[in-house]
Design a protein around this ligand. Structure first.
Ligand code: HPA
Length: 246
């Protein structure tokens, strides 16, 4: 039984190096996940892969059924999730093409189904979310990066925005004042839902661009795609190291 899952973000609808065993279509009480779950082996370790934006990358961040995705993964016995996510950087020390393993989140999203705890409750439930990511998995990712000779920032606040548009300069300036280092559109409610299900969840963020107003000129898709490609090579190296060591 695969205990590990990778949720793939922009730039990975399939996972290089994953030897596919089978695909499984799952239904959940919260609807359909983004795609069938792919069961496979990666460097000998059995794991599951789920492309967050769908097999053909057609689901924008605000239309992803985060509840169905997390529920489906737990339903098949997953305990640990590495979530790959493209982000912009507000922090001059975290440049495009680099990797960051964030340790904090600020949620700016709205109108997303953000909890499992709302219907048929026996009592109101509040999860602890002081430290939103699984520290053991974060440390394992940081160790795997260091052992692969890849620099990865381990202290970074991820600001989750609604999208699908990118932010204005003023929005990014406000997020900077709030203390955000990174900006992305999919970090929430994914992390909170994982915590509600008691799953060990960490994010491996690939920096695709300088956030709005932090680089030279406007943000182009070519820039994002170029840096994502470089960053994804690093992600594969980190994951190979991580899964060899577990
Ligand atoms: N903003 C929000 N999400 C993103 C960005 C960004 O600049 N880059 C990649 N995902």
């Amino acid at each position: 039984m695969a205990k590990y899952a990778i949720i793939g973000g922009s730039g990975i609808t399939r996972m290089d190096g994953l030897e596919i065993i089978r695909r499984e279509v799952l239904h959940t009480p919260f609807g359909e996940p983004s795609a069938p779950l792919t069961h496979g082996t990666f460097h000998g370790l059995e794991l599951l892969f789920l492309p967050r934006h769908g097999a053909a990358h057609t689901l924008p961040p605000h239309r992803v059924n985060y509840r169905a995705n997390l529920w489906a993964l737990r339903q098949v016995g997953v305990e640990m999730i590495v979530a790959i996510a493209a982000v912009g950087s507000l922090n001059p020390r975290i440049s495009p093409g680099s990797i960051s393993i964030p340790d904090q989140i600020i949620d700016y999203t709205y109108s997303r189904a953000q909890t499992f705890f709302e219907e048929n409750l026996q009592h109101v439930t509040h999860i602890d979310f002081t430290y939103p990511y699984c520290e053991a998995l974060r440390q394992a990712l940081l160790r795997a990066a260091a052992e692969s000779g890849i620099e990865a920032t381990g202290t970074a606040t991820y600001g989750a925005t609604q999208g699908p548009r990118l932010e204005t300069k003023a929005e990014i300036d406000r997020m900077g004042r709030d203390g955000c280092d990174l900006v992305g559109m999919t970090g929430m409610p994914e992390a909170a839902l994982a915590r509600e299900l008691d799953l060990c969840y960490a994010c491996c963020a690939v920096v695709a661009n300088w956030a709005a107003g932090r680089g030279d000129g406007l943000i182009s898709m070519e820039e994002i795609e170029g840096h994502l490609k470089d960053g994804m090579h690093k992600v594969y190296k980190i994951l190979s190291k991580l899964f060899i060591s577990v």
